[in-house]
Design a protein around this ligand. Sequence first.
Ligand code: GLA
Length: 732
Amino acid sequence: MAITVKDQIFSLETANTLYQMKADLFGVVKHLWYGEKTGVSMEYLLDYPDVGFSGNIYEAENDRTYSLNTMPLEYAGSGVGDFRVPAVTVRHADGSQALDLRFQKYFIRKGKYSIPGLPAVYAEENEAETLEILMKDTASETEVHLFYGVLEEADVITRSVMIINRGSMPIVLERAHSLCMDIPDGNWDWIHFHGRHTMERQAERTPLFYGIQESSSTRGTSSHQQNPSVLLCERDCTEKDGECMGAVLMYSGGFQTQIEKDQLGQTRLVMGIHPDTFSWQLEPEQNFWTPEVILSYSANGMAELSQRFHHVIRHNVCRGAYQLTKRPVLINNWEATYFDFNEEDIEQIARQAAKLGIDMMVLDDGWFGKRDSDTSGLGDWEVNEKKLKGGLGALVRKINDMGMKFGIWFEPEMISEDSELFRAHPEWAISIPGRKPMRSRYQLVLDMANPEVVEYLYQSISKILRDNHIEYVKWDMNRSISDWYTSILPAERQKEMPHRYVLGVYELLERLTDEFPEVLFEGCSGGGGRFDAGMLYYCPQIWCSDNTDAHERTFIQYGTSFFYPISAVGSHVSAVPNHQTGRITSLETRGTVAMAGSFGYELDLNQLDQNEKEKVAEQVKAYKEYQELIYGGKYYRLSNPKKDDLAAWEFISEDCSKILVQGVAFRAASNVLRHRIKLLGVDGAAIYRFVKGRQKEEKLSGKALMTGGILIPAIKGDDVAFEFYLEKIEEC
Ligand code: GLA
């Protein structure tokens, strides 16, 4: 039993962790523990100091030590004496905002709960258990149902919240976070992932300060600028040692992560939809579900924590025919042609790609409507026969005849003012009556909160997929959203729109992925502007960044790897000088970096010389050989590229028998020792043989690989890639 209840203490146990809370005499649910298994109640750790200006609930009478403001709460209401960041805020019909949540009852069920209309972790009936705790604000009859999914083997706990208005008047949710977690001390570092377009998910680690620290997005998407994932770790936590816990929000819209270190040095973490772009009106008996948060904890450092997230996202979040299988190596024409192509250009690229072993041709932006530049055409999802003479069907057949699959680009949520769609339905573009909307990349955004828009997109996209043998869709989204307003809601409910927009996107994705389960969907938003676990529920891979520079990619992929599996990271070899940075790196370096992901090419292969073509063919072959290890093996970060002068990473098979180490040494210097990298997670009691990267037959013990490490080859020049492949040959 993963979930046990004794004396109103709820214990959620996974293979290695314990999550514990208690409903006390007053019905207040206190958080007791999230950490290693201890086998006992952790209630003894609760302290009850009499802290000035921390008031007491009425029922506590003259007990000045019983304060909601000082105790760890499981899901903090608001306006009744806890002055830390709340998890939920409700405006009642009389204008008051109090929510005093007290325990009522609980339910335990086999299997994992699901969430209507939202992506959520899924599991077999015997793989998970669900705990539902019902809390209530009695005065207003507002019910808050806390849901916990316990995936015992995966060492994962999920949380979501459902709020029901049982009163007789409407209420308005002004904040409804998915997660609230109080931790009894504040000596933590937090790692969050900031960035910008073409430089996403830069890991930043800082000690918590007193007060509120936040990472968030109000852009209508999870964003390039921050990511809905956060890691808390002990000050001296490393990749292989120390306590850490992580939380990932399965949501693709605006989000907020707040961490408050309070007056007593305790830490509260809340995470959910960003309240600045959210509110939700609930009529009597209506309910609202928050998105889900995935939680995990490790006592053994950040690598183990990352591996748990990789595993659960691959096995219990991603879906579809390509969830766990190898993905096709693709060639994408974007950086090869941009908008300037015709069917012959595409055929030529594909023909060359087929010769080099590439599996799929992806036709990017520009194939539809009047789309000769980014100023027009979005919304008109019909082939542009001026560019592709003979139509899409003929091109797909030709590509298929070359032995290649065919994939195509869409940007469903967008509309150009210069488009047939805009001329027919200007009211479908988001704008506030009486104001000119912001344009971004010259385009406007479709009102995905409007079911008519979702229906139009479903009809036009599904028709293309039905009429043509398309095996891959790149789902792009190329701007942030402002000017929130929808004609489908009355004035007082306009703040519901950003969340309704996300629900519309999910509905469209659900309908299409359900109808075309064999199609591989790849998410994208100007590269990795919507790289989140919500999108991964529909798209098992996401284009990681519009930055294809191998050097900069090592930083982006490093940050991405903390939570997201390598199989999810769309990663391509592009031309040099690189189109984003102008940097020149070798084909080896570009190949090595792109291999740490879902691999492909994005350049005109016909421009390569014979020698380069041969190298591409070798890379494709090598990737196919390693792909199972790269996707299914355990991933370790062996360096921090921001601090060390190199990026290095490792894939090791579950049984520790195969190891692939790859990396890039950034800078050459004269008269220096070679870099040394220490492997992680290796079988210390075994002997390994180098198959690649050192003299064949050279052997080292697992212990030596982990403690002494390996010297990487001496480098001449900057950004030089290295690679070792080792196999276990015997036990020591
Ligand atoms: C975005 C994507 C690119 C490409 C272009 C096309 O920027 O991230 O890969 O598809 O759009 O306009």
